[in-house]
Design a protein around this ligand. Structure first.
Ligand code: FBP
Length: 276
């Protein structure tokens, strides 16, 4: 039996993100909306500067909002895969409403931009979970017809969730992401190899990528988290702040790639790419 056209499209596009070793390093760059431009060091407020650096480092894919893709296309086009995020929110909102991600673009726009995947956030446990699920299934349904894989940022957070990094909570979100048809899952690191293994198991074979999180003081600590994720069966990392807030983003991105694709130990990666 032959595969359907959209199954072929999805496989081809996924293979541009997850490399031949089944792993991926994705640069997350939606912070200008999610956190505001104060997240960026002054030299990286211009998206073209940092995008140029991570492309030069050899990142596998970049996840960004449609407007930034338009401004930077000549830098990443034909060089890295593109994941267009079609939901977002600002921190300018009242605190309670930050638990809702709104529509921030359309699948058709992602296709028009040449995307290899679309991404959308679901805050599992939020009082707005129902609205985000409606958005998620609308995105997923349309993406499916174009053969576009869907990355879910499966982020449990809400009034009933005291600790969003708790393994029970994170694995619940990962399982819910798998059950809602995600092709790739991006979620929080739970702090250890053993606990992250449970997250990967709950995702039942859907590839899980670690979400970078706030900048770690020592790069080796971040690289060790990435290594643990891989040893737990995770497929890589979607990293933003730990790269663009680093004084040497190109070196830091290369070090992350070294751990993910070259199987370097964190200390070796630091020596090879950051201490030269
Ligand atoms: P980082 O590596 O900087 O954590 O980026 C991952 C990410 O999910 C971004 O895509 C997003 O802008 C940000 O984290 C969301 O952060 P927060 O946890 O503050 O909502």
């Amino acid at each position: 039996m032959h595969l359907t056209y959209n199954m072929v499209g999805k496989s081809v596009r996924l293979s541009r993100i997850l490399k031949s070793d089944g792993r991926a390093v994705v640069f997350a760059f939606d912070h200008g909306v999610e956190h505001g431009p104060s997240d960026f060091p002054p030299e990286h407020v211009d998206p073209r500067v940092i995008i140029g650096k991570v492309v030069e480092a050899g990142v596998d894919a970049i996840m960004m909002l449609p407007g930034i893709a338009r401004i930077t296309w000549d830098l990443w086009g034909n060089k890295t895969a593109l994941i267009i995020k079609v939901t977002s929110k600002t921190n300018l909102r009242p605190r309670d409403e930050r638990l809702l991600q709104s529509v921030f673009g359309y699948v058709e726009e992602a296709v028009a931009l040449g995307a290899d995947a679309v991404a959308a956030t679901v805050y599992w446990g939020s009082q707005y979970e129902d609205r985000m699920l409606q958005q998620w299934f609308a995105v997923r349904n349309e993406a499916e017809s174009y053969g576009l894989p869907c990355l879910q940022l499966a982020y449990p957070r809400g009034p009933a969730i005291p600790n969003r990094y708790d393994v029970e909570i994170v694995r619940y979100g990962a399982r819910a992401a798998a059950e809602s048809g995600a092709d790739l899952i991006k979620t929080y690191y739970t702090g250890s190899l053993e606990t992250f293994k449970q997250v990967v198991e709950a995702a039942s074979g859907v590839p899980v990528l670690m979400s970078g999180g706030p900048r770690r003081e020592k790069e080796v600590d971040f690289l060790r988290d990435v290594k643990n994720v891989l040893e737990a069966g995770g497929r890589g990392v979607v990293v933003g702040r730990n790269v663009f807030q680093h004084k040497n983003p190109t070196g830091m991105m290369k070090a992350v790639i070294g751990v993910v694709h070259e199987d370097l130990e964190p200390e070796e990666a630091v020596k090879k790419y950051l201490e030269k």
